[in-house]
Design a protein around this ligand. Structure first.
Ligand SMILES: Nc1nc(=O)c2c([nH]1)NC[C@@H]1CN(c3ccc(C(=O)N[C@@H](CCC(=O)O)C(=O)O)cc3)CN21
Ligand SMILES: O=c1ccn([C@H]2C[C@H](O)[C@@H](COP(=O)(O)O)O2)c(=O)[nH]1
Length: 276
């Protein structure tokens, strides 16, 4: 069993047993047929992944490793907010007729800001500090920008990263305000784990911990039977993560520079309904 499976199973059991239902409350998302998408939710879930021990992909079912990397590169490296730059279709429901998701995610990371050292966007600011001020306690990004929220089709969920160098290790906190546990929990964990690996390699560190702080961790009503079945499955050993060691420039990584070897998992769950 992988450590990530343990964390996932414990979190799901905690939500199912101790969570609170939103049924009958005023909620925003809907299912495709127009009915409200209620959840069972738990406030303030914190999960810690030691990336130096294993890559945190669950084995209960296969996490779409290549598509989650494609999305993190879309946001952090291409700094794009257009689904035409993305190879998967996961954002289609939130894009306008031109393919834009508005001033969200990649758009915000590409905005240049004025600092004493010159103009930089948030990603380049992080890389600059990791290389030049590793003991700074101010190395963080934030894409939850209130003045632009009215131009976002979906407000950012995973909205902030805080990086912290301790010894020769790069640690990070991912702050997430809202988490669809079935569709995107392990997806988000794997993509931000990959981001920490990338930044550690190009800035000269070993990987440390990824701490995932989730304000509202929820299981949608139509996902409850799927989750109940999922967490009773057999688990396998964690896969081996490979990243091309030759890449030393953050902007040179492509999806082909990453691989999960020996990723043995339970069977695929097809057609997971997504609340929009
Ligand atoms: N309700 C909801 N849940 C989300 O997870 C979510 C949103 N909305 N809105 C924006 C993005 C889009 N995200 C998504 C959307 C779909 C999948 C999905 O269908 N996942 C499939 C496999 C996809 C693949 O491997 O390419 C899965 O089996 O989990 C995942 C994340 C995450 N976000
Ligand atoms: O990276 C992501 C993006 C989105 N989600 C989920 C979390 C919620 O279920 C919805 C967003 O709805 P809000 O009403 O805006 O909270 O999308 C995710 O888990 N991960």
């Amino acid at each position: 069993m992988s450590l990530a499976d343990n964390i996932f199973i414990d979190m799901c059991n905690d939500i199912l047993q101790n969570g609170v239902s939103t049924e009958g409350e005023k909620v925003r998302p809907k299912w495709e047929d127009g009915t409200f998408a209620y959840t069972i939710k738990k406030f303030g879930v914190v999960n810690r992944y030691d990336l130096s021990k294993e890559f945190p992909a669950i084995t209960l079912r296969r996490t779409g490793f290549k598509s989650c990397i494609d999305e993190i590169l879309w946001i952090w490296q291409k700094k794009s907010n257009n689904i035409n730059d993305l190879n998967s279709h996961i954002w289609d429901s939130w894009a306008d007729e031109n393919g834009s998701i508005g001033k969200a995610y990649g758009y915000q990371l590409g905005v240049k800001h004025k600092y004493k050292e010159g103009e930089m966007d948030q990603v380049d600011r992080v890389i600059y500090d990791l290389k030049n001020n590793p003991y700074s306690r101010r190395i963080m990004t934030n894409i939850y920008v209130h003045e632009d929220l009215h131009e976002m089709n979906l407000y950012p969920c995973a909205y902030s990263m805080t990086f912290n160098v301790t010894g020769n290790k790069l640690n990070a906190i991912l702050n997430q305000r809202s988490q669809d546990v079935l569709a995107a929990n392990n997806w988000n964990v794997c993509q931000y784990a990959v981001l920490v690996h990338m930044l550690a390699q190009v800035c000269g560190y070993e990987v440390g911990e990824l701490v995932h702080v989730i304000a509202d961790a929820h299981i949608y009503d139509r996902h409850i039977p799927i989750i109940k079945e999922l967490i009773t499955r057999k688990t396998y050993d964690a896969p081996t993560f490979w990243m091309n060691p030759e890449i030393k420039d953050f902007y040179q990584f492509t999806v082909d520079d990453f691989r999960l070897d020996n990723y043995v998992t339970g069977e695929k769950i097809t057609n997971i309904p997504i609340a929009v």
